[in-house]
Design a protein around this ligand. Structure first.
Ligand code: GLN
Length: 188
């Protein structure tokens, strides 16, 4: 199993640590040829506008879109925004997942928070402790995208469409590997 992490901005290092902990071979993706022979790709959290602009500069936009047609991609927070078809403003997006996101939906950095979520897709076990940092929400889903997790008030914070996964929160900032294991389970 070989998983790439888009490593041009944001908290890619934390994803790499988690993947290595799980015994996965990792690749830091900065150029199109780094996508060769990967089983899946993670788009980290950070600043989606910056990740988008740098992806354009590095000639990554089209190669990433093509990769997503046949491979698993998981976007966390800014990565989920980058993955979406619609972020309700003009910025470079991969535009491959049928979700509409609302950026900074909970307010500013100081309004960041943590919450325990019930996520049936992760199987039996304790609630999942999710970390939200100036997070987006998934405002709506289209086509066959489906809900994976909601806040207690019903707002959608994780979704899946085939091999595409989007989470508003940051599993890479916890010790809990369940979300990474979930991604690996369908990346192969
Ligand atoms: N607020 C950032 C954005 O809109 C995302 C924040 C994050 O990735 N933690 O891109």
């Amino acid at each position: 199993m070989k998983i790439g992490v888009l490593s041009i901005q944001g908290d890619f290092a934390e994803h790499l640590v988690m993947l290595k902990r799980l015994g996965v071979e990792t690749v830091e993706v900065r150029l199109p040829n780094h996508l060769d022979r990967l089983d899946g790709l993670i788009l980290p959290g950070g600043e989606s506008t910056t990740i988008g602009k740098l992806s354009v500069d590095f000639g990554l936009l089209e190669p990433l879109r093509k990769f997503g047609e046949t491979h698993a991609i998981w976007g966390t927070c800014a990565g989920a925004i980058f993955l979406s078809k619609d972020a309700r403003r003009s910025q470079p997006l991969l535009g491959i997942m049928d979700i509409t996101v609302e950026r900074n939906a909970f307010g500013r950095q100081v309004d960041s928070f943590e919450a325990d979520l019930d996520i049936p897709e992760l199987g039996e076990g304790s609630p999942y402790h999710a970390i939200f940092i100036r997070a987006p929400i998934i405002a709506s889903l289209q086509a066959d995208a489906r809900v994976i997790a909601t806040l207690p008030d019903g707002r959608i914070v994780a979704a899946r469409q085939g091999k595409l996964l989007a989470t508003s929160f940051h599993p890479e900032l916890t010790r809990d590997a369940r979300f990474h294991q979930y991604f690996l389970s369908f990346a192969k």
